[in-house]
Design a protein around this ligand. Structure first.
Ligand code: SF4
Length: 82
Protein backbone atom coordinates (compact mmCIF):
# COMPACT_ATOMS: atom_id res chain seq x y z
CA UNK A 1 0.00 0.00 0.00
CA UNK A 2 1.28 3.45 -0.89
CA UNK A 3 1.01 6.30 1.59
CA UNK A 4 -0.63 9.32 0.00
CA UNK A 5 0.64 12.72 1.08
CA UNK A 6 -2.04 15.38 1.37
CA UNK A 7 -0.71 18.92 1.59
CA UNK A 8 -2.82 21.10 3.84
CA UNK A 9 -4.46 23.73 1.59
CA UNK A 10 -3.47 26.52 3.99
CA UNK A 11 0.25 25.69 3.84
CA UNK A 12 2.18 28.79 2.85
CA UNK A 13 3.68 28.42 -0.63
CA UNK A 14 7.23 27.13 -0.35
CA UNK A 15 9.36 24.15 0.48
CA UNK A 16 7.99 23.20 3.91
CA UNK A 17 4.51 21.80 4.39
CA UNK A 18 2.46 19.53 6.63
CA UNK A 19 0.95 16.29 5.44
CA UNK A 20 -2.64 16.27 6.66
CA UNK A 21 -2.81 12.50 6.38
CA UNK A 22 0.01 12.11 8.92
CA UNK A 23 -0.52 14.98 11.37
CA UNK A 24 -2.04 13.83 14.65
CA UNK A 25 -2.17 17.26 16.20
CA UNK A 26 0.15 17.34 19.18
CA UNK A 27 0.83 21.04 18.55
CA UNK A 28 4.56 20.46 18.99
CA UNK A 29 5.44 22.31 15.80
CA UNK A 30 3.56 25.46 16.80
CA UNK A 31 5.17 25.46 20.23
CA UNK A 32 8.65 25.20 18.73
CA UNK A 33 8.16 27.56 15.77
CA UNK A 34 5.19 29.80 16.57
CA UNK A 35 5.99 32.19 13.71
CA UNK A 36 5.76 29.45 11.12
CA UNK A 37 3.04 27.01 12.18
CA UNK A 38 -0.62 27.51 12.95
CA UNK A 39 -3.82 25.51 12.99
CA UNK A 40 -7.49 25.78 12.26
CA UNK A 41 -9.78 24.54 14.95
CA UNK A 42 -11.87 22.31 12.71
CA UNK A 43 -12.87 18.70 13.39
CA UNK A 44 -9.28 17.57 12.84
CA UNK A 45 -7.52 20.54 14.47
CA UNK A 46 -5.51 20.85 11.28
CA UNK A 47 -1.99 22.25 11.45
CA UNK A 48 -0.24 23.92 8.55
CA UNK A 49 2.86 25.95 7.71
CA UNK A 50 1.60 29.51 8.10
CA UNK A 51 4.80 31.16 6.89
CA UNK A 52 7.95 29.89 5.25
CA UNK A 53 11.15 30.78 7.13
CA UNK A 54 12.51 34.26 6.53
CA UNK A 55 15.42 34.21 8.96
CA UNK A 56 18.07 31.72 10.01
CA UNK A 57 16.38 31.46 13.42
CA UNK A 58 13.02 30.59 11.88
CA UNK A 59 14.68 28.03 9.63
CA UNK A 60 16.35 26.40 12.62
CA UNK A 61 13.07 26.37 14.55
CA UNK A 62 11.33 24.66 11.63
CA UNK A 63 14.12 22.09 11.41
CA UNK A 64 13.75 21.46 15.16
CA UNK A 65 9.99 21.04 14.69
CA UNK A 66 10.66 18.51 11.92
CA UNK A 67 12.96 16.57 14.27
CA UNK A 68 10.38 16.65 17.09
CA UNK A 69 7.19 15.88 15.15
CA UNK A 70 6.17 12.43 16.44
CA UNK A 71 4.84 11.25 13.09
CA UNK A 72 7.19 12.96 10.61
CA UNK A 73 4.32 14.97 9.15
CA UNK A 74 6.37 18.09 8.40
CA UNK A 75 7.96 17.69 5.01
CA UNK A 76 10.50 19.53 2.91
CA UNK A 77 10.14 19.14 -0.82
CA UNK A 78 13.56 20.62 -1.42
CA UNK A 79 12.35 23.40 -3.63
CA UNK A 80 13.54 26.95 -3.18
CA UNK A 81 11.69 29.14 -0.73
CA UNK A 82 10.16 31.39 -3.38
S1 SF4 B 1 4.13 18.34 15.48
FE1 SF4 B 1 3.59 17.03 13.76
S2 SF4 B 1 1.83 15.88 14.45
FE2 SF4 B 1 2.06 17.60 15.83
S3 SF4 B 1 0.73 19.20 15.04
FE3 SF4 B 1 2.77 19.54 14.16
S4 SF4 B 1 2.77 18.41 12.23
FE4 SF4 B 1 1.05 17.66 13.42
Amino acid sequence: MTWEIKKHPLNAKGKFYIDQNSCICFDTCKSIAPNNFDYVNDDNCSHFVSKQPETAEELEQIREAIRCCPVEAILDDGETNE
